[in-house]
Ligand binder design. Structure first.
Ligand code: NDP
Length: 321
């Protein structure tokens, strides 16, 4: 079954389900996941400069394009400007680096990854140092990337309501998309309402609650805070059972029915397949109400970017402290 899309203000369409690729930098593993995704109907892939996997994605896409199994215009590729690229003299440099790694002439969506700007680090283990930034000035540089044909649409990620509003008020080219953490336990209803009123398509990252986050923060000697599990929650399981589907299906379909795009990550072929098998059932009004009531707000934020405490001291830190 074809995957539905949502219309962007840029006039292009974004497929409602994409493959997330954060923490997928093992070549064989990611290649397998990408091939499984493309074979099972995914046409939307989410990456970022900082994921250090654009070159792997570029290689696999190239194979699919060259073999004629897919056309460029059928694919939707998102990548992101890293924190150390949030400066007017760095945007073009970073998008060009991403395009080169992805072996593409253009991406479909280019996002400012996170609102805090940092100085460049020589290697990933160097400490972060924040620097001042002006989002409006940086946004103008993103607009220039659209003019130059390097990206079709532009957007922001991890921006809070005030930060999104400032871009909206000052943009020549409106943000097409806002990518934020969103799952059953962190629903961000007010932010989504505002974005959707502005015709900004919301993309839910960590739509399954990012169960791999603990592994990521362990690298920084930290422990992820305890948050409820979508897979173990009795109400999610009850709804899943009622429809003959899995808890992952329920979590993802909940977002689609709120007109929110999902980008679940998996490097496990059968899960990649499972996560797009969403179009043979509908959550009814009561299911949607039950799931809506499971929102616990900020306490359930998983990707809190607290692995670098210095980020939270920046004036553009987006989350409640
Ligand atoms: P997800 O909520 O997508 O969860 C991914 C985890 O869930 C992986 O550990 C995966 O394991 C497991 N999983 C996937 N499908 C299933 C399933 N059907 N049943 C059981 N377990 C499953 O978390 P992410 O944080 O990765 O978010 C998704 C994507 O969003 C990212 O990959 C990235 O592209 C984007 N993102 C963007 C951010 C931003 O700042 N803009 C921040 C965080 C994410 P396995 O892979 O082993 O199968």
């Amino acid at each position: 079954m074809a995957v539905p899309s949502f219309e962007l203000v840029s006039g292009y369409k974004i497929p409602a389900v994409g493959l997330g690729t954060w923490q997928s930098s093992d070549e064989k593993e990611l290649e397998g996941a990408l091939n499984a995704a493309l074979e099972n109907g995914y046409r939307h892939i989410d990456t970022a400069f900082v994921y250090q996997n654009e070159h792997i994605i570029g290689r696999v896409i190239k194979e699919w394009l060259t073999s004629g199994k897919v056309k460029r215009e059928e694919l939707f590729i998102t990548t992101k400007l890293p924190m150390d690229g949030i400066a007017t003299d760095k945007v073009e440099l970073y998008i060009k680096k991403s395009l080169e790694s992805l072996q593409l002439d253009y991406v479909d969506l280019y996002l400012i990854h996170f609102p805090v700007a940092t100085s460049e680090r020589k290697n990933p283990t160097d400490p972060f140092q924040t620097i001042p930034t002006d989002h409006v000035a940086v946004w103008k540089k993103l607009e220039e990337q659209v003019d130059a044909g390097r990206t079709r649409s532009i957007g922001i990620s991890n921006f809070n309501l005030k930060q999104v509003e400032r871009i909206v008020k000052n943009a020549r080219i409106k943000p097409a998309s806002l990518q934020i953490e969103n799952h059953i336990f962190l629903q961000q209803k007010e932010l989504i309402k505002y974005a959707q009123e502005q015709k900004i398509v919301v993309v839910a990252y960590s739509p399954l609650g990012s169960p791999g986050y603990g592994k990521f923060v362990a690298r920084f000697g930290l422990e992820a805070k305890p948050v409820p599990s979508i897979f173990e929650h009795p109400k999610v399981n009850e709804i899943a059972k009622k429809h003959g589907k899995t808890p992952a299906h329920v979590a993802l379909k909940f977002q689609l029915q709120r007109k929110v795009v999902v980008i679940p990550k998996s490097v496990t072929a059968n899960r990649v397949k499972e996560n797009i098998n969403l179009f043979d059932f509908t959550l009814d009004e009561q299911d949607m109400k039950t799931l809506s009531d499971l929102d616990v707000g900020e306490a359930a934020r998983v990707c809190d970017f607290k692995f670098a405490p210095v980020l939270a001291d920046h004036p553009e830190w987006p989350f409640p402290k």
